[in-house]
Design a protein around this ligand. Structure first.
Ligand code: PEP
Length: 256
């Protein structure tokens, strides 16, 4: 029961949405709504909007994240962006291992691990996504799947570095589907993630790590999800594209 020692973090994942003028309008609408947030607020925007987001949020409490980064420092990786390129711009966070990257772009636990280490080395705070498929849940292997992802995605990451990471529990069946895990289901897996971290890193480190829930979190269900002991925040897709809805979730985290 150490929720009070952890950073509550509400992060929006804009996915492949918003042109630059649209991004500008959404950020300007969000800024006053997030000004009194009692939690960390992050917007993870497409690469083309990073510069706009960093400039517009300067001096505010809204932080900026990217949605991926490559693991190499530089080189012949056409179309890719390095972690150093992000930190140099003023980007603070990066989403890694999102299920859409795993599903459509060949992301594996091995590459998530490499990206996580590269991001940490560059000074970024990784938001590492883990989660089971529907059939894995139905087969009763959710905990095995999650434990495997945690062990592989954080392989050889030190305890000190782990504390800089956020883990987002995102059941794949709940992402963009409108199907939310119940608050009890979210708590059960987030608590399991913390117990797995405790086995690997010890209790003190495990208690310090922020664990988010993600998967159709919205203005209506956020308060109940965020009230759970091991749910320290949220990674929000669809609802982060509407400033008032995202602000409601921020307020729920502030009170939760
Ligand atoms: C996400 O993209 O990480 C996500 C949770 O999406 P949504 O909230 O739309 O389900």
């Amino acid at each position: 029961m150490k929720k009070d020692i952890r950073r509550a973090v509400i992060a929006g994942n804009w996915k492949m949405n918003k042109t630059r003028p649209e991004a500008k309008a959404l950020i300007e609408e969000l800024k006053p709504l997030a000004a009194n947030a009692g939690c960390e607020v992050v917007i993870c925007v497409p690469f083309t909007n990073l510069e706009t987001a960093v400039t517009l949020t300067e001096g505010t409490n809204v932080k900026v994240g990217a949605q991926n980064c490559h693991f190499a420092k530089s080189g012949a990786y056409t179309g890719e962006i390095s972690a150093d390129m992000l930190t140099e711009m003023g980007v603070e966070y990066v989403v890694l291992g999102h299920s859409e990257r795993r599903q459509y772009f060949g992301e594996t636990d091995e590459t998530v691990n490499k990206r996580t280490k590269a991001a940490l080395e560059a000074g970024l705070k990784p938001i590492v996504c883990v989660g089971e498929l529907l059939w894995e849940r139905e087969c009763g292997i959710t905990e095995e799947v999650i434990a495997r992802q945690i062990k592989l995605d954080f392989f050889s990451v030190s305890a000190e570095d782990l504390k800089k990471c956020i883990i987002a529990y995102e059941p794949v069946w709940a992402i963009g589907t409108g199907k939310t895990a119940t608050a009890d289901q979210a708590e059960e897996v987030c608590a399991f993630i913390r117990a797995t971290l405790a086995k690997l890193y010890g209790e003190e480190t495990a208690e310090a790590v922020t664990i988010q829930y993600g998967g159709s979190m919205n203005a209506g269900n956020a308060a109940e999800l965020l009230s759970k002991t091991n749910v320290d925040g949220g990674l929000i897709g669809g609802a982060s594209l509407k400033a008032p809805d995202f602000a409601t979730i921020i307020n729920a985290a502030t009170n939760g």
